[in-house]
Structure formats: C-alpha cells, structure tokens
Design a protein around this ligand. Structure first.
Ligand code: URA
Ligand code: SF4
Length: 214
C-alpha cells in the first residue's frame, strides 16, 4: 500500500480533510474496520491531543476517544481545568486494528505496526498544519514516537516540553508547536488498580504542564 499521502488533499480545511480521509486506502487497515476515525474538535484549538488509534467504540461511533479511555481522558482534562470542547483530539492511526475473539464476537485491539503508523502520518501532519496548535499532547508511546522519533522513551521524558520544529520527527510541519508526552489513559485502565490513583495524578500533572504553555 502506498501510504496516505496521495489521499490527502492540499487544503487547510478540516472538513475537507476529514471527508477525504473516509476514502483513504493508504494501508490495509481500512479493509476490516467500520470507518475512518478522523480527529475531532475545534479548528482553532490551542491544545491538540494525539492518541494511538481508535478502539472498538470509536470505530463504531466514528469519533475519537469516546470509549473507556475517552471517559478517563475527560476526567483527567476536567482535573487539569482543560475544556475538551476547546481542544482538538485525534490519533496517530485513523483506523481500528483488531483481532477477533470468542468466535468473532469480540474485537480485541492490536497495536499498529511501524508501517501503518508511517502510512498514516500524512493525515496527522495535515491536522497539525491546519489547526496549528500551540501544544500537542502525545497520549502514550505510539503518539510520542510518531512525533518525536522512535528512540523517544516515554518513561524517561514524559512531562517534558519539546519543540516540534527542532526535536520533531514529522516532516513537513512548519507550525511552531511544542510537544508534551504523557501516559495513555488506556495504560492506566490496563494496569493494576492500586496504581491507578497515582497514575491518574501523574497524568493530570503532565496535562497541566501542557496547559501552562498556552
Ligand atoms: N485509544 C486511543 O488511542 N484513541 C482512541 O481514540 C481511543 C482509544
Ligand atoms: Fe489510511 Fe491511516 Fe486508515 Fe491506513 S490507517 S487506511 S493510512 S487512514
């Protein structure tokens, strides 16, 4: 597959981008998912959140972060005094990747591979160039490595402020955007419940770092 670039229209109109993304065949993931889950939110957002890829509920709804991880993100945003309606929320990869379990009834999330991430980044680049946020918050290692390079280690550098122009790994981005990486809300949900309160507080602390940049 060719990657998304040939499907990305030359525009800074989010609606036109989202419509075009419905027809993307830049990698194989469009084949089994229900639909493209493009980013959503304010075109004038000063903060953009980037997750990994849509999950089961996002694939059904056609919107990012509406399932369990999205609910936890909403709680963390509220705790950090960030109004989600003023933000833009998207994912590194725009189609749900999964395997089936229980005789096909249950769809289990699979991590996107390097090929799919690289194939899909032209959409993320277009979103960043269109919204031109002051800060991008990477939720989890997949988003962080997409923006900051594959050698980026979340455990060592979460909550630090980077510059997308000088530290970034996305080509074609000219927006003067800073980047903060933090843990993915799903990682808190998967982890041991006794670690959850502390993990949540650390997530909120990183979100505050980002909010203070704007
Ligand atoms: N996890 C993500 O990374 N993105 C979503 O949209 C939902 C869950
Ligand atoms: Fe296109 Fe991205 Fe979907 Fe692959 S995952 S088909 S590159 S939108």
């Amino acid at each position: 597959a060719p990657g998304a670039q040939e499907f990305v229209p030359d525009t800074h109109d989010l609606k036109v981008l989202a419509d075009a993304a419905r027809g993307c065949r830049g990698c194989d993931l469009y084949q089994d998912a229900d639909q493209t889950v493009f980013g959503a939110g304010s075109a004038r957002a000063r903060i953009m959140f980037v997750g990994e890829q849509p999950g089961d509920q996002e694939d059904r709804a056609g919107a990012p972060f509406v399932g369990p991880a999205g609910k936890l993100l909403d709680k963390a945003l509220a705790a950090a005094d960030i109004d989600r309606t003023t933000t833009y929320v998207t994912n590194a990869v725009k189609h749900f990747k999964f395997t089936r379990a229980d005789g096909g009834k249950r769809r289990i999330h699979k991590k996107p591979g390097r090929t799919e991430i690289v194939a899909c980044t032209p959409w993320l680049t277009a979103e960043i160039e269109t919204v031109r946020p002051e800060v991008v918050v990477c939720l989890g290692a997949t988003a962080a490595q997409t923006l900051l390079g594959t050698s980026f280690r979340l455990t060592e550098h979460r909550g630090e402020v980077f510059d997308l122009g000088t530290d970034g790994a996305l080509s074609g981005v000219t927006a003067p955007t800073r980047v903060v990486a933090t843990i993915h809300p799903s990682a808190l949900l998967r982890g041991p419940s006794e670690d959850r309160a502390q993990g949540f507080d650390a997530l909120v602390a990183d979100l505050r770092v980002a909010a203070e940049l704007i």
